[in-house]
Design a binder for this molecule. Structure first.
Ligand code: FUL
Length: 515
């Protein structure tokens, strides 16, 4: 259906010329616009689509949360092949794979010197296998980035009296000495209790043995709260920063925020500049599940109570299956339409999509999951292969203080068009030279240099002899994908109707979806 069809044309409004906003700049607004990401957060955001791999003891019991009493003998994948995971993830367009190195049950998919509850005690490869090592070398072979999830909650460690044992913090060397094991790498000292020492030693193993790590993932879930165990997050973060400073620390950490649900829902307005209570050094990174996390009103209220502004972008984590772990042949696998819808809303909603694909008992992505991944990758690739605005003539209502207008079509989000300070609304007209049919508009901001500024925008098309508004939106951030009915026009106008400090955009794209 073309946009020009009567129902939609009637519903759209005639849009008049832009009036520049003349509200004076406040310090708070400046502070919000000047809150910038760390380079490691920019690099992470540019990954766009990443893969979670839930695999472990639960794969062999059919449970979502294990008990910690499982016998390592049940872990025995018959055909584990990390090259298959990485190849399929790569074909889907994913740029990082993150393994559940240890889930809440405490069983480790890597060879740990600090526990027997690991792959070393399993029959898989006669106890000499290491899933993290196999994944790391497959990632190296295929140019994929690597991350790991190390569950803070650990039921097995409760059973062996390491977790929640009320031990006193003691000065501890990391890596702690182990009889018969030579440690050659750097050493660190922390004053920590038994579980935090165990956890730091495992972090050390994961951070030093498997090459570059780009994401470390901690959650707040705990199947057995109330043991009195506390986590020394500051020591954990310190160790990660010292060994792998490029790695973002996600969820229960300062670099990447949980989107707030596991269903793939996204916010209409997604800010990466977030007001937090107190300073980042003392923040405990609580779950943030509300609709409004970063409006100016919220910033004002939080900062009035002594809060801080922090670049804290969202990650949308959801599973391709019903449940995080592979369970059985009948387990529901979400169809490509649904996953592609999540992909467009999350990648195109200023978040990174972390899609979980759980290997089966063979240690392979199952055929049904692979089919979905391939189809999602095909649609994303084909839909967004060619910007139909390429070569368009550009006219802006405001002069530019950054690079020229041409940077809007140069496929490089690190070059941007930006109006002078105080000009918070502006419009950009694209003259396409000929009629083009499109149903996706992609907008981007240069987050590395201008942070996140756009608060509201609208899109108009020229039909006959006037502009019709076809879409409205709120935030843009790293990337906003606007979905429209199929529209045909030779002139398109992007109006930024409100922004912080100055209107800006780094990229504008027009695309047509491929079924
Ligand atoms: C949660 C865990 O409890 C789930 O089992 C799963 O790992 C999910 C990604 O994080 O906190």
């Amino acid at each position: 259906m073309l946009f020009a069809s009567s129902a939609l044309a009637l519903a759209s409004a005639l849009v008049g010329p832009m009036q520049p906003t003349v509200r004076p700049l406040t310090d708070l607004e400046r502070q919000a616009a000047l809150t910038l990401p760390h380079p490691r957060q920019v690099a992470w955001q540019q990954l766009e689509f990443t893969c979670f791999v839930h695999f472990g003891i639960n794969t062999f019991t059919g449970r979502e949360w294990g008990t910690g009493h499982e016998d390592p003998a049940i872990f025995n994948p018959t055909a584990l092949d990390c090259d298959q995971w990485v190849t399929e993830a790569k074909n889907a367009g994913m740029k990082l794979i993150m393994l559940t190195a240890k889930h809440h049950d405490g069983f480790c998919l890597f060879q740990s010197d600090y526990t027997d509850h690991d792959v070393g005690s399993s029959p898989w490869k006669e106890g000499r296998g290491d899933v993290m090592a196999e994944l790391a070398s497959a990632c190296r072979r295929h140019g994929m980035k690597l991350g790991f999830y190390l569950s803070p909650a650990d039921l097995h460690a409760i059973h062996v009296n390491v977790y929640g044992n009320h031990s006193q913090p003691a000065k501890s060397t990391i890596p702690s000495p182990v009889p018969g094991v030579e440690h050659e790498g750097p050493q660190f000292e922390y004053v920590v209790d038994d579980y935090n020492r165990y956890f730091l030693n495992q972090l050390y193993e994961l951070l030093t043995r498997y090459g570059p790590i780009n994401e470390v993932w901690f959650d707040g879930a705990n199947p057995k709260p109330g043991t009195g165990q506390t986590y020394d997050y500051r020591a954990w973060y310190d160790l990660i920063r010292r060994i792998q400073p490029e790695a973002v620390i996600a969820i229960k950490g300062p670099d990447v925020r949980w989107c707030g649900n596991e269903a793939g829902q996204t916010r209409a307005e997604e800010w990466s500049v977030i007001p937090i209570a107190g300073t980042p050094d003392h923040c405990t990174w609580p779950d943030m599940t509300g609709d409004d996390l970063g409006s100016m009103a919220r910033i004002e209220a939080t900062l009035a109570e002594g809060g801080w502004l922090h670049w804290y972008p969202a990650e949308t984590d959801t599973s391709i299956r019903h449940g995080w772990f592979w369970r059985d042949e009948d387990q529901h696998v979400r169809p490509p339409d649904e996953i592609f819808d999540v992909w467009e809303r999350s990648v195109g909603g200023n978040t990174v999509l972390l899609l979980n694909v759980p290997p089966d008992r063979r240690g392979l992505f199952a055929d049904r999951d692979v089919d979905v991944l391939r189809e999602v990758g095909r649609r994303a690739q084909r839909t967004y292969a060619r910007n139909l605005a390429e070569g368009a003539g550009l006219i802006a209502s405001a002069t530019s203080v950054a690079e020229s207008l041409a940077s809007l079509l140069d496929a490089d989000p690190s070059t941007a068009w930006r109006a002078p300070d105080g000009v918070r609304s502006a419009s950009i007209v694209l003259n396409l030279n000929e009629s083009r049919r499109f149903n996706r508009v992609v907008l981007q901001e240069d987050i590395a240099r201008s942070g996140q500024r756009v608060e509201r925008f609208a899109i108009d098309v020229w039909l006959g002899n006037r502009w019709y508004e076809v879409a409205q939106g709120t935030t843009v951030g790293y990337k906003r994908i606007v979905r429209l009915p199929l529209t045909e026009a030779d002139r398109v106008r992007v109006r930024i109707t409100s922004s912080r400090v100055s209107a800006t955009l780094a990229e504008i794209g027009l695309y047509r979806s491929v079924e």
